[in-house]
Design a protein around this ligand. Structure first.
Ligand SMILES: *Cc1c(COP(=O)(O)O)cnc(C)c1O
Length: 349
């Protein structure tokens, strides 16, 4: 690949984007001299405090290297090896973590549930959890929801509240995979507490990699009893960073002045612009409501080939015919307009 091909902004994924200026500056600041290792440094303390401010509660916070580890370890903390973890059949924990949650929980079974627009609903969850009350089948232990969903949609506070109420009534814990949590908050415009602990979420995988940092996701325990011995879990899993400040400092950069929401709002706005630009184009049909930073479309194969030939990168997901067009914190209006122009030209051809 040439340097140009590397640097061109694409719609392939928000984790193709680089590091945002706020995170970059915080990394540089943290790089001045020596600091205590394994999380005892001032940046890690400040990042944890900022996360507590964001959620307006006294939660327990841990930093791990990536989202797969955050999900797998958080879910392992939610139950025992003979528990079942309910998830959407197109969730990252099922589709893209190579059995990580099963492995780190020591054998918990992921039970896949259907649901429109990438969302679970309480009735489906309850039916599945009640299906097998006998001990020849795993005991219901947790449900994991993805916010934003894998289809670019967003659960409302009411939807999360209803799912959590069902889960808790059935003695299950509630985990939220928030790899794109910021985009959900930006879409809903509500205080983060309204779609987490106030709605019954026990533990959150809070992502920032897709929102402008290089590496490092936060596991946020609202049910602090679940955080017991989690430090051992992260260490055993190889997820305890010795130079923790370089995971946590970018979080300080992102959270201190609200950059996390600014970037997420921007990415969402670019997705709205993209969706509007593609509306009405022959050969292009929107698959799901655009509520965050992704636009899902069905396109004819010749159109897809022609777009690839012009150098555009984007992917098909979940073995489905839809193509996912993902906007990032650094996607520009000009990027969107150039893509839309090519689509319109090629679709008409
Ligand atoms: C990106 C992503 C993750 C984390 O993936 P990693 O590559 O392990 O960082 C988790 N959940 C969802 C929904 C994601 O999109």
């Amino acid at each position: 690949m040439t340097a140009t091909a590397h640097s061109r902004r694409q719609f392939a994924s928000d984790n193709c984007a680089g590091i945002c200026p706020e995170a970059w500056a915080a990394l540089a600041a943290a790089n001045a001299g020596h600091a205590v290792s394994y999380g005892e440094d001032p940046w890690t303390g400040q990042a944890c405090d900022l996360i507590r401010e964001v959620f307006e509660t006294d939660c327990d916070v841990f930093f791990v290297f990536n989202g797969t580890a955050a999900n797998a370890l958080a879910l392992a903390a939610c139950g025992r090896s003979f528990h079942a973890i309910f998830c959407h059949r197109h969730s990252h924990v099922e589709d893209a973590e190579c059995g990580g949650p099963e492995f780190f929980s020591g054998g918990s079974k992921l039970v896949l549930l259907p649901g429109d627009d990438g969302k679970l609903d309480p009735a489906t969850l309850e039916r599945a959890a009640r299906l097998r009350p006998d001990f020849h089948y795993p005991k219901p232990g947790a449900v994991t929801l993805t916010q934003c969903t894998e289809h670019g949609t967003v659960y409302s506070a009411d939807e999360i509240r209803a799912l959590s109420a069902t889960a808790h009534r059935l003695e299950m814990k509630v985990h939220l995979d928030g790899a794109r949590f910021a985009n959900a908050v930006a879409w809903l415009g509500c205080p983060p507490k309204e779609i987490t602990w106030r709605a019954g979420v026990d533990v959150l995988s809070f992502g920032a990699t897709k929102n402008g940092i290089a590496v490092g996701e936060a596991v946020v325990f609202f049910d602090r009893a679940l955080a017991r011995e989690f430090d051992y879990r992260t260490k055993q899993a190889g997820q305890l960073a010795s130079k923790m400040r370089f995971l946590s400092a970018p979080w300080v950069g992102l959270l201190a002045d609200g950059a996390w929401l600014r970037h997420a709002r921007h990415a969402n706005t670019m997705a709205q612009r993209l969706e509007a630009g593609l509306r009405g184009v022959p050969d292009v049909a929107q698959s799901y409501p655009c509520q965050a930073n992704a636009v899902f479309v069905r396109m004819t194969e010749p159109l897809v080939q022609a777009l690839h030939a012009r150098g555009w990168m984007f992917y098909q997901m979940h073995g489905e015919p839809d193509y996912r067009l993902m906007c990032a914190w650094d996607t520009t209006a000009a990027d969107v307009d150039a893509f839309v122009k090519d689509v319109r030209e090629l679709a008409a051809a």
